[in-house]
Design a binder for this molecule. Structure first.
Ligand code: MN
Length: 429
């Protein structure tokens, strides 16, 4: 059966180009008015409240652990149950939202998306940021090391660093420009000042579902059964703080002041039709065995279209719409999600439900497919000019940056939603 053509009885879910058709069903955590926080699933312009569906007796066939998990206020318990339960829930939700026999019982459990406040989808335990775009790594490397842009480990190791989870927020939250130690190239000593080179990073957020015990590793064959779903992720970065602090142990305060996620977690099952082959050029090293599998080569990559948009304070004042700065695609990633999971655990590191991976900035082969301003403006040397004449080298106070992602086309689309944040002026230290 080609489920792409199954319609919902909810008309808004069947509109061409709708981000949340029946074949998406992304998870979110939300609250409305003075109600407690619940888990929901996006459908058309509504959210199906899973707690309400359970109380209406529509999940009675599930075992108690699943019925319990959907009533929780975060996704962590559901994430921890594993993919057999996720699939059972997805199958039932598809039935409830397509079969008209259930319409009368389900409709009271739907809430308008426009009326809810979104929260983070889960309690994020640990957060690891990868660096999987070779195009990003090469362009950024060439700014810092023109003679040696890509370090020799890049094509062997899925590079990453452990980030900080406490400052990860959901889309919509504004934040203040950070301060930090900056040192101009020719200055004798650093100063404590507001960041002058604030940047976004266009990333995919990858949520771990079921974890693994300490001392065990997850094989390529099992890797994706441990992945609950994906979101849009902006790994906000202070480039001037980063340039001074990053050696020898990597980013620290340049990254941990704020990061943000779209409210939706799109299940891996919804991405299935957009899988594509993953290739390694013949002149590049082939991955070590623990990072290789037939399945990964056949369909390890995913065609997810990614976009960056900007809305400046002047655009808002002049009632102009946001403008697109660049687009790229996750299928250009040098490493796949399965390889990130297999590599992360090969030493016995334990993952837990609700752990988050950032994919690393996703940039395409061409300069205008850059997922950061650092690349787009070549380290701030070539400002970009917006259609209203404004120029940008890095993000300015009053700018709103919007990251969007989707699979598919104008007809059938699997939306990842968007993550947007307004940058406020910082407190001068
Ligand atoms: Mn990053």
């Amino acid at each position: 059966m080609n489920t792409n053509h199954v319609n919902s009885w909810l008309p808004s879910a069947n509109i061409a180009g709708c981000e949340f058709p029946l074949v998406n069903l992304p998870y979110a955590v939300f609250s409305c008015a003075d109600q407690p926080q619940h888990i929901g699933v996006g459908i058309g312009d509504k959210i199906a409240n899973l707690n309400a569906l359970e109380e209406a007796g529509l999940f009675d066939q599930f075992d108690p652990s699943l019925r319990d998990a959907v009533k929780h206020s975060t996704l962590n318990p559901l994430m921890g149950l594993g993919y057999a339960h996720w699939n059972a829930l997805r199958l039932r939700l598809t039935e409830l939202l397509s079969n008209r026999d259930f319409q009368d019982k389900v409709e009271p459990c739907l809430v308008d998306q426009s009326e809810v406040v979104f929260n983070l989808p889960c309690e994020i335990g640990d957060y690891t940021d990868f660096y999987t775009s070779v195009h990003h790594a090469t362009r950024v490397g060439s700014l810092f090391r023109p003679d040696n842009p890509l370090l020799p480990n890049y094509k062997w190791v899925p590079i990453g660093y452990h980030g900080r989870a406490s400052s990860i927020r959901v889309s919509g939250e504004a934040f203040k420009r950070p301060a930090g130690q900056l040192k101009a190239p020719n200055a004798e000593r650093p100063v404590l000042e507001l960041c002058k080179r604030l940047d976004y990073e266009l990333e995919l957020g990858i949520f771990i579902g079921q974890g693994n015990p300490l001392g065990t590793s997850i094989s390529m064959a099992d890797a994706e059964q441990h992945v609950f779903g994906v979101s849009m992720f902006n790994d906000w970065s202070a480039r001037d703080i980063q340039a001074w602090e990053y050696q020898p142990l990597g980013p620290f305060l340049s990254k941990n002041f704020f990061s943000s996620l779209s409210p939706w977690v799109v299940p891996m099952a919804a991405l299935e039709p957009y899988r594509c082959d993953w290739k390694r050029d013949s002149e590049d090293p082939q991955p070590l065995d623990y990072l290789d599998s037939k399945m990964n080569r056949a369909k390890g990559a995913i065609d997810i279209k990614l976009e960056v948009w900007i809305e400046t304070a002047k655009m808002r004042a002049d009632n102009q719409p946001a403008e697109r700065l660049s687009k790229s695609n996750f299928k250009d990633s040098y490493w796949t999600i399965a390889q990130m999971v297999a590599h992360h655990t090969v030493n016995g590191c334990d993952l837990k439900p609700g752990d988050l991976f950032g994919s690393g900035t996703q940039s395409g082969p061409h300069l205008d497919e850059s997922g950061s301003l650092l690349e787009l403006t070549t380290g701030g040397k070539n400002p970009i000019t917006l259609s209203n004449g404004e120029q940008r080298t890095f993000v300015e106070d009053g700018d709103r940056i919007i990251l969007k992602g989707y699979c598919g086309d104008d007809q059938l689309r699997i939306g990842l939603g968007q993550v947007e944040n307004l940058v406020l002026s910082g407190n001068t230290p």
